[in-house]
Design a protein. Structure first.
Length: 332
């Protein structure tokens, strides 16, 4: 192994204090970086307050399939004050806007008779792979109704706990059970030639490692044999970074020029956070105790730095897109 190749692109830092003066704004992932869905990780609250007190602008950019307000409520629930952030952007909110506005210019979603989707009264039929909690509210609020595969206009993949077609809806106790149960449904959708919209491109959930919608999207792409039939909304796609930069520009105001080289992205997924930041030509910090913790011989949420051999092997595996900095956990 070429050790220099592995470690040279990544600078190990003890905390964000080491680099805070280099950047004006931070785009921060949520799950696996700030919390595990139940409680904040160690040092997170102190770090966020220090960033805020340093005058830094902060945006949450999450691959959550839920809408913005749900993400805000979720942060409150785990004890993180959402007022620390200047904006919250979720894949679910961007996806909802796309469907509600019938703006599918960047997605391969269409009526089977190919008629335009510009009518404000137009109701779309959707086959849903959902999260089992707010699926109906999400679908109905953007003027859609549930439908079986043979009648649907597209598949909305936003979770790995429920299968909803308006006739034989099912909810599963675990994502693992869902993955087994959805195989037949995906085959029926593929036979009908349905396009799929995935509003959470993540592959695995931090901590428990259970499958996420991004994995379902991969499965369906192979099943239908046409990658163009699956549209992802979220990291690492560049549309979400452009949305983040637009939001930051609104925060800093017209009198300040937003410099891309003064924005730093922080996340725990190499395939999503780090790859996305690289494509957007922005700096990145890799948090090593999140979704990749087990690959680095560490427990999720642990603040100990991975050993040198583990991080070398890991970085060699992901050498196509490497972070600018490596931090064991989100700390000051």
């Amino acid at each position: 192994m070429d050790r220099k190749l592995c470690v040279r692109p990544s600078n190990f830092i003890h905390g964000l204090e080491n680099i805070v003066d280099r950047y004006d704004s931070f785009i921060i992932d949520q799950w696996g970086v700030l919390h595990n869905g139940e409680t904040p990780y160690s040092h997170v609250l102190e770090c966020l307050i220090n960033l805020k007190n340093s005058g830094k602008k902060m945006i949450i950019l999450s691959n959550s399939s839920k809408r913005k307000q749900s993400a805000i409520d979720g942060m409150k629930k785990v004890g993180i004050d959402p007022l620390l952030f200047d904006e919250v952007i979720t894949s679910g909110e961007l996806g909802w806007n796309m469907i509600n506005q019938r703006d599918f210019s960047s997605a391969h979603i269409y009526r089977r008779d190919l008629r335009a989707l510009s009518d404000e009264d137009d109701v779309m039929k959707v086959f849903v792979l959902g999260n089992g909690s707010d699926d109906l509210e999400y679908v109905y609020s953007c003027r859609c109704i549930l439908a079986p595969a043979q009648d649907a206009d597209f598949i909305l993949c936003r979770g790995t706990f429920s299968i909803l077609d308006g006739k034989s809806d099912k909810t599963y106790k675990s994502a693992k059970d869902f993955m087994v149960g959805c195989e037949q449904s995906l085959q029926e959708c593929a036979s009908a030639g349905l396009p799929m919209l995935v509003t959470n491109p993540d592959f695995y959930r931090p901590g428990c490692g259970s499958p996420m919608p991004g994995l379902v999207g991969q499965m369906y792409s192979k099943l239908i044999g046409d990658e163009s039939k699956v549209t992802l909304i979220g990291k690492p796609l560049q549309m979400v970074y452009e949305s983040s930069l637009k939001a930051l520009s609104a925060v800093v105001g017209t009198e300040t020029v937003l410099r891309r080289d003064r924005v730093c992205c922080i996340g725990d997924s190499m395939e999503h956070d780090i790859k996305g930041a690289s494509g957007a030509q922005m700096a990145s910090v890799f948090i090593s105790n999140g979704v990749h913790a087990s690959e680095l011989n560490r427990a999720e949420g642990e603040c100990a730095r991975p050993d040198q051999d583990s991080i070398n092997f890991f970085m060699l595996k992901h050498r196509e897109y490497l972070p600018d900095f490596v931090l064991p956990c989100f700390k000051w």
